[in-house]
Write a protein of this length. Structure first.
Length: 100
């Protein structure tokens, strides 16, 4: 059961350095994209593709385990690897590497 509390969480935004800057497209698309299979604290995802598979943008590439989420390809390309990769929080998580 989830516990509720009055007021919620309001972390500071830290957007001062980018607040008034426009979003601009990349000059050239990335050659490789790493998609982590742990998207939330509730659980991860299990790959539905294997190395060498062709994927299209928006295709489901991993299904949830536990209370995780479905993971979709953000680019079209080939699955180059499924391996643990370093994540933004400093730990390693299973990730799907796509060659764009």
């Amino acid at each position: 059961m989830r516990t509720r509390f009055l007021g919620g969480v309001h972390p500071t935004s830290h957007k001062e350095s980018t607040r008034r800057k426009p979003i601009v497209p990349l000059e050239e698309p990335p050659k490789e994209v790493v998609i982590p299979l742990v998207m939330c604290a509730e659980g991860g995802a299990e790959p539905m593709v294997k190395k060498g598979d062709l994927v299209t943008v928006g295709q489901v590439i991993a299904k949830p385990t536990g209370d995780g989420v479905y993971v979709h390809a953000s680019v079209s390309g080939t699955v180059a690897a499924i391996e643990p990769c370093l994540q933004s929080w400093g730990g390693k998580a299973l990730s799907i590497v796509l060659e764009n």
